[in-house]
Design a protein around this ligand. Structure first.
Ligand code: 4AD
Ligand code: MG
Length: 441
C-alpha cells in the first residue's frame, strides 16, 4: 500500500500502517540476517529493521551512524519481552541513503563524555547537541520557557523585546562589552530592567526573555558571557508582593513541567531525586544569613569570618544553600553592595528591599528588588555610584512623569535549568555557550 510520510514521534500510534521516514542513523547494529537501525529525526527515536533484499546491497554493509536515510516500511508492535522506543518497530521494505556520514563516530553520547577534554567537547558542540542528553536539555528548556510565558499570560503580564545595543549600564561598568556604534561608544545590554521600567506606564506589568551580556573575567560553573535573561517588572506593588509573585511563578512553572509527560520524563532521567519545592520558600534576612555562615563555620575566601556589609561569595552562598537544601529567598542586601536603582529598606536604610532566590547546587538564580521611586533619592544614587546622569535622562524621567512604587527581577534561564536538570555547569544549558575565550561554534 501507499506509505504515509511521518515524523518519528507519530510512528508509535501507527501500528499496522505503512510509513515513510526521513531521519538520522542514531545507532547501527548489523547482524547476520537483520540489520537494526535506531533512527532519530529530532522529534523521537524509532527502531527499524532491514532484512531480506534490503541488506543485500553494499550500501547496507558500510552504513554509518549520523548518515541520513529515508526508509519505508510497516509499523509493528515489538514482540513480547523485547523493548524499543514507543514499543514499536518499523519493518523496512525499501530504503536509501540521503547523506552519508564519514563514520568513525560511535553515537556522540559515548564519545563525548564528562571525561572528554573540555575544549574538544566545546569545539564539537554542534555534534554533541545530537546526543540524547544535550537534546533533552534543549527540549526541556523550550518547555520551561513556554511554561513561563503561560504563567505571565495568566497574570496579564505583557511581553516586550527591549534593545540589546545600549548606551547605559545597569549592573556596573566592570562587566560591560563595549563596541563602536557609528563612531560612538555603545554596549551589549547587561539587563533590560531599565527599559522594562519605562514600559510600565504604557503596558502595565511587563516581561522579556532576552539575551544579556556580561564580560565576566572568570570561568565558573555558573557564569556565561551571554545568557538568556528572563526579567519582569511589576507596577503598584510592595516588596512582599514581589516575593509572593516570584514564589508562585517558580512553583507554577515547576508544576507545569512535572505535569508534562515529556518534561517530567527528562527530569526523572537527569535528576531522579528532584522534588517540587515546598511553599513557602525560606525567607532569610541578609543579616541572619551572615549569622548562619558564621555559626556553620562557612568562611570567606581569605579564611576570615563574615561580617555585616560583606558580599557573600559564590562558594559560601552555595555551601549555605546546599546545607539548607531548598530554595531560599535571601533578602535585604546592604545598599553599598547593590546597584544605584535599589530602594532602601524603610526600617534600616543602609539595607535594601532586594531579594536573591538561591537554589541547591547553583546558588543565585534570581536577583530582584523594589526600585527607587523618588526623584531626589535616584539622583543621590547616581552620585553615590559616580554615574553620569545625562545618558540616563529617559530613566530619570520615569520619576518625573508620574512616579510610583514598582519592582522586578531577573532570572538566569541557564541557571534555573542547571538546578532542575542537575547539570554541573550552565554551559550544558545553553545551545552554544559563550564564556571567557569561547565564541565558537
Ligand atoms: O543579579 P543580576 O545581575 O541582576 C540584574 O541584572 C537585575 N538588573 C535584574 C532585574 O532586576 N531585572 O542578574 C540577574 C540574574 C542572576 O540572578 C543570575 O541568575 C543571572 O541573571 N546571571 C547570569 N547567568 C549566567 N551568567 C552570568 N554571567 C550571569 N549574571 C547574572
Ligand atoms: Mg545578582
Amino acid at each position: 500500500g501507499k506509505a504515509t510520510r511521518v515524523k518519528v514521534y507519530q510512528v508509535a500510534d501507527m501500528v499496522g500502517q505503512r510509513v515513510r521516514i526521513q531521519a538520522w542513523v542514531h545507532r547501527y547494529r548489523p547482524q547476520s540476517k537483520h540489520y537494526f537501525l535506531v533512527l532519530r529525526d529530532g522529534t523521537a527515536f524509532v527502531q527499524t529493521i532491514l532484512t531480506g533484499d534490503c541488506i543485500r546491497t553494499l550500501d547496507a554493509i558500510d552504513l554509518t551512524v549520523e548518515s541520513t536515510v529515508e526508509v519505508v516500511g510497516i509499523v509493528e508492535k515489538v514482540k513480547e519481552g523485547q523493548s524499543a522506543p514507543g514499543g514499536v518497530e518499523v519493518v523496512v521494505d525499501w530504503w536509501k541513503i540521503l547523506g552519508k556520514a564519514p563514520g568513525g563516530i560511535d553515537a556522540f553520547e559515548g564519545r563525548l563524555t564528562a571525561k572528554t577534554e573540555p575544549s574538544i567537547r566545546a569545539d564539537l558542540r554542534h555534534l554533541e547537541l545530537r546526543g540524547q542528553t544535550a537534546a533533552s536539555v534543549m527540549l526541556f528548556r523550550a518547555k520551561m520557557l513556554r511554561a513561563f510565558r503561560e504563567g505571565f499570560e495568566k497574570r496579564r503580564i505583557i511581553e516586550v523585546t527591549p534593545p540589546c545595543m545600549v548606551q547605559t549600564s545597569v549592573e556596573g561598568g566592570s562587566t560591560l562589552f563595549e563596541f563602536d556604534y557609528y563612531g560612538s561608544k555603545a554596549y551589549l545590554t547587561q539587563s533590560s530592567q531599565l527599559y522594562l521600567e519605562t514600559a510600565l506606564p504604557a503596558l502595565g506589568d511587563v516581561y522579556c526573555i532576552q539575551e544579556s551580556f556580561r564580560a565576566e573575567k572568570s570561568l565558573t560553573r555558573r557564569h556565561l558571557s551571554e545568557y538568556t535573561h528572563l526579567e519582569a517588572e511589576l507596577v503598584f506593588i510592595e516588596f512582599k508582593d514581589l516575593l509572593d509573585h516570584l514564589e508562585s511563578l517558580i512553583c507554577e512553572v515547576v508544576d507545569t513541567l512535572l505535569a508534562d509527560p515529556i518534561a517530567s520524563e527528562i527530569i526523572k532521567t537527569l535528576h531522579p531525586e528532584f522534588q517540587a519545592p515546598a511553599r513557602p520558600f525560606l525567607r532569610l534576612d541578609y543579616r541572619d544569613a551572615i549569622k548562619y555562615l558564621n555559626e556553620h563555620n562557612i568562611l570567606k575566601e581569605d579564611g576570615s569570618h563574615h561580617v555585616v556589609g560583606d558580599d557573600i561569595a559564590e562558594a559560601a552562598e552555595r555551601k549555605m544553600t546546599d546545607q539548607i537544601g531548598k530554595p531560599i529567598m535571601l533578602m535585604h542586601f546592604p545598599k553599598a553592595l547593590k546597584s544605584f536603582y535599589m530602594k532602601a529598606l524603610p526600617s534600616a536604610p543602609e539595607f535594601t528591599e532586594s531579594v536573591d532566590v538561591l537554589v541547591p547546587g547553583v546558588g543565585e538564580v534570581v536577583g530582584g528588588s523594589m526600585r527607587i521611586a523618588d526623584l531626589d533619592e535616584l539622583i543621590a544614587g547616581y552620585k553615590r555610584e559616580g554615574i553620569p546622569m545625562e545618558p540616563y535622562y529617559w530613566f530619570t524621567d520615569q520619576r518625573k512623569y508620574g512616579t510610583t512604587e514598582h519592582g522586578g527581577y531577573g532570572l538566569g534561564v541557564e541557571r534555573l535549568l542547571a538546578w532542575l536538570l542537575k547539570r554541573y555547569t550552565v554551559r550544558e544549558c545553553s545551545l552554544y555557550p559563550r564564556y571567557m575565550g569561547r565564541a565558537t561554534p
